[in-house]
Design a protein around this ligand. Sequence first.
Ligand code: SER
Length: 523
Amino acid sequence: MSASLESTRSESVRQAFLDFFAEKQHEIVRSASLVPHDDPTLMFTNAGMNQFKDVFLATGSRPYLRAADTQKCLRVSGKHNDLEEVGVDTYHHTLFEMLGNWSFGDYFKREAIAWAWELLVDRWGLDPQRLYVTVHEGDEALGLEPDDEAANLWRTETTVPHDHILYADSKDNFWSMGDTGPCGPCSEIHVDLRSDEERAQVPGKQLVNADDPRVIEIWNLVFIQYNALGDGRLEPLAAQHVDTGMGFERIVAVLQGSSSTYDTDLFAPIFARLAELSPRGDVKGYDDLHINDEAERERVRIAMRVVADHIRAVSFAIADGAMPSNEGRGYVIRRILRRAVRYGYQSLGFTEPFLYELFEPLRDKMAGSFPELDEQAGLIVRVIKAEEEGFLRTLETGLKLFDEQVAQAGSDTLSGDAAFLLHDTYGFPVDLTELMAREQGLSVDKDRYDELMQEQKDRARAATAFKSGQNVAGEDTANQLSDTEFVGYEHVQDTGAKIIDARAIEPASEGEPFTYQLVLDRT
Ligand code: SER
C-alpha cells in the first residue's frame, strides 16, 4: 500500500482526527457504551455528546474543558432513527462511529469552524470548491434569529467560496439530542462528490440536504446553548458549548475516493467473508456479482449492505450488554438481527446460520480501537448463532404464510391478523413484515395489528397465575427483588447465583407452555 493510500486507511483517519484535536489541547476520551447508563430518555447512545449531557446541563463536570473521541452510535430508535434507509442507500448505517470534539464553556463558534476547516482542507486536502456549509436561518416559533455570526465566521476564518454558505431551517440546522435535553443551532459541512461535468451542469448547492448520495453531510458543528424542555420551550444554558460530530465512515469514503461508505476498507473484509460463505455461486464479492439482471444485482447488493451493517450493530450491542430479547432494548437488537437473517435467506441463499461467522472479520478490523470486541468475542458469537438458529426454524414457514397472505390481499393492505400471526407464531417483528410488504407495494393494517397485540397483552395479564410482587405461595416478594445484586457492569458472565424466588405464568391458551420467572440473588 502506498503512503497516500496508507494515510486514508480507516485506522489512519481515525487516529489523525484524534491526533489533530490532541494538538489543540483536547483530552482524548473513550467511546461511551452503546447502552447509556442513567439516562431514561435514551435507549441507545445516538451521538458523541450523550456522555457529556450532564456537563452541558451543568449537573456534572469533567476535569477538562475540551474533549475528543470516536463514539459508537446506534440510530435505530427514538428521534434519530435511520433503520429504513440502511442498505437501501449507500451511506446510512445503524451503527456508525462519530468523530467528535467538544468544548465545555471554553471555545465557541470561531474555533470550531476554523479547526474543522483546517483539518478537512489543510490536512486532508479536500477541495473547498466541493464543500458547502449551512447555517441556521432562524426560527420565529423558537424565538431564534438567523445565525449570521456563524455565516460571518465561515467567511472570515475559512476559504469556503462565499456562495457556498447556505442558510437552512430548523429541520436541518437545529440539533437536539431528543425531545428534551441540550440543543442548539448548528452548522453543517457537506461535500459534493460528483464529477466536474456533473458539477458544471447542476450546482452543488441545489443538492445539499436533498438526499442525493453524491452530495452528503460529513460534519455537524452544534453550538449548544439551550435545554429543550419538551413542550417547545428552550431554556438558555448557563454557558455556551461546542458539540461536533463527523460521520467516520463517510469521511473515510470521501478520502478513499468513494461516495459509498460501503466501498471502504471498513466493510471490505466483511463482504469478502460474506461472499465466501454465500451458497450462491454468482455472489463472488460485493463488486463481483455474476448476475446479469440489473434489478437482481441491486437486490443482492442491498442485502449485502444490510447484513454487513447489521452484524456490526448487533455485535457491538451485545458487547455492551444489550442482549437480544423480547422487549425494549433487547427487542430492537433482535429485530435488527432478524432483518439481517431474512435478507441473507431471501437474497443471498443462506438456509443455515451465517451471521455469526461475520464476527471474526469485524473483530479483526475493529478490536484495535474497540477492545470490547475481543473481550466479549465468545459471548457475541454464541448469542448471534443461537438467535439465528431460533429464527431460521420459523422463517421459512413464516415466509410461505406471508406469500399466501400477499396473494390473498384483495387491496394494497396486508391484514393486521396476518401481521399478528407472523409476529406471534413465526417471530417476525412487525417492522420486518412491513418492510416485506413494502417490497410488494403493500402496507400493513397496523391498527388491527396493535389491537390484537393489546388483546394478547390483556389476556396474558389476566392469566398470570401470581400477582406481581408475590411468589408461588402468594407471599410478598417485592422486597426480595431489591435484594438482587447487579454485577453486569463488571462482567457479563458469572456462576454460583442462588434462586431466591420463582413464579409461574399460565399460558394464554391451552396447550401452550407455561412461562417461569426466576429471581436470582445476583444477576
Ligand atoms: N450531536 C451532533 C450530531 O449528532 C453533533 O455531534 O449530529
